[in-house]
Design a protein. Structure first.
Length: 408
């Protein structure tokens, strides 16, 4: 039976635990442990002792339980069967992680379903060698960085998925803005998984989320980015989506040669004239709809006079126009008296008739969001969350108190 003279490990840095392949040892065997290592001697599945950096001689003097276990004579150079495990305690700061597949989440700001993926890295160090070997290693001869990532992938992904989702839902943050919160999310994940890793003798160092992003080829993301780009362009140029659609219709009609609608452009109403086209646009649009055999949408009730005062600039313009001739503000007519109101108005400023708000869940009539009962049928507008019983408003998607998703 062979007697091992020298036992040491000079393996790669990404190996956290390594078992010396030869189990036939002998007293007086020289055990060499490097500065960033610890060695543990096992006999019969039990950890006998732990050795720090330096040169150690395996004898009954420095292993008190050895003589009893293997029944060796004191000072004799006798062989015995045992295992030597080396644990690498160096700081490993480049353990990579990433979502295996994108998360399907609803953007709370734009209400669209987007695919979100994330990746990053973290560092770790073996803090308790004995606990690490007894709880995690088992019978495998080598435990490296790949095995570490594989063992803890489920724990990492569970916490990462939960925290990203909660930031979107509870804090009402758009997926396009979440990268501004990466540092805060990284800290929360480290605090969440740190105690779990400590149960296996591992200490987490510097957990980082490098990026939370959306795949470039995701159709919903492409449409959202296009819409935001168009919105920014319109805000810079100073016109609304409705005005742009009106201009596009006029331009298309002007290109249709032989049609009476081409006179619109011939009359000098071009795209560059902006907001001053007012009543002429309304009259020409009426002619266009007749020529295309399309029934025009019913117009709001006009006031007794032929002109109405703009709620934005105060000047008058024809009641048949859809926009103010002077400032381009849309005509938000009251169906009761025809008064022009602000676009976000809930009730008419003159007769107090309801012109906005949310539909009643019983009769469908529009209800003032500030009111508590429907003026038409008397149904209460107050709703309660099924989870925390906190009051919610019609149209809410999530409870503001507990984040519970509300049933439409």
């Amino acid at each position: 039976m062979a007697i091992v003279e020298v036992v040491k490990f000079d393996g790669p840095a990404d190996v956290f635990a390594w078992r010396y392949p030869n189990q036939e040892l002998g007293t007086w065997t020289q055990l060499i442990v490097n500065e960033t290592q610890e060695a543990i001697l096992f006999k019969g599945g039990k950890a006998l002792d732990l050795f720090g950096a330096g040169r150690h001689t395996l004898s009954t003097q420095n292993i008190p339980g050895l003589q009893t276990i293997v029944n060796l004579p004191f000072g004799g150079r006798s062989p015995f069967s045992a295992e030597v495990w080396y644990v690498n305690k160096i700081n490993s700061l480049d353990v990579k992680w990433g979502t295996a597949s994108p998360l399907q989440l609803q953007d709370p700001k734009y209400q669209i379903i987007v695919s979100v993926r994330s990746f990053g890295q973290f560092g770790l160090q073996i803090e308790d060698s004995r606990k690490f070997l007894l709880k995690l290693i088992g019978t495998i001869p080598v435990f490296d960085k790949e095995a570490m990532t594989r063992h803890f992938r489920g724990l990492l992904m569970m916490n990462i998925n939960e925290l990203i989702s909660s930031y979107l839902v509870f804090k009402k943050i758009s997926v396009l803005e979440i990268n501004a919160y990466i540092s805060e999310i990284s800290k929360h994940i480290e605090e969440r998984i740190g105690p779990v890793f400590l149960e296996f003798g591992i200490r987490i160092l510097n957990f980082f989320v490098d990026s939370i992003n959306i795949p470039d080829d995701d159709p919903a993301t492409v449409r959202l980015k296009d819409a935001l780009s168009k919105k920014a362009e319109m805000e810079i140029l100073g016109y609304t989506y409705q005005q742009e659609r009106t201009f596009d219709t006029l331009e298309g009609a002007a290109r249709n040669e032989g049609s009476g609608s081409a006179n619109v452009m011939g009359a000098g109403i071009g795209l560059g004239m902006g907001f001053g086209i007012g009543g002429a646009v309304g009259n020409q649009m009426s002619g266009l709809t007749n020529q295309m055999n399309i029934a025009p949408a019913p117009a709001p009730a006009a006031p007794q006079s032929a002109e109405v005062a703009c709620n934005s600039c105060g000047k008058t313009f024809p009641a048949s126009a859809k926009f103010c001739l002077h400032c381009g503000d849309p005509y938000n007519a009251c169906p009761q008296c025809g008064t022009d109101n602000a676009q976000d108005a809930v009730s008419c400023s003159k007769c107090n008739h309801t012109i906005g708000g949310v539909p009643c869940r019983n009769c469908g009539e529009k209800v003032d969001p500030a009111g508590k009962f429907c003026a038409n049928c008397g149904t209460s507008t107050s709703l309660k969350c099924g989870q925390c019983q906190h009051e919610v408003k019609p149209g809410q998607k999530f409870c503001l108190e507990c984040g519970n998703k509300l049933i439409d």
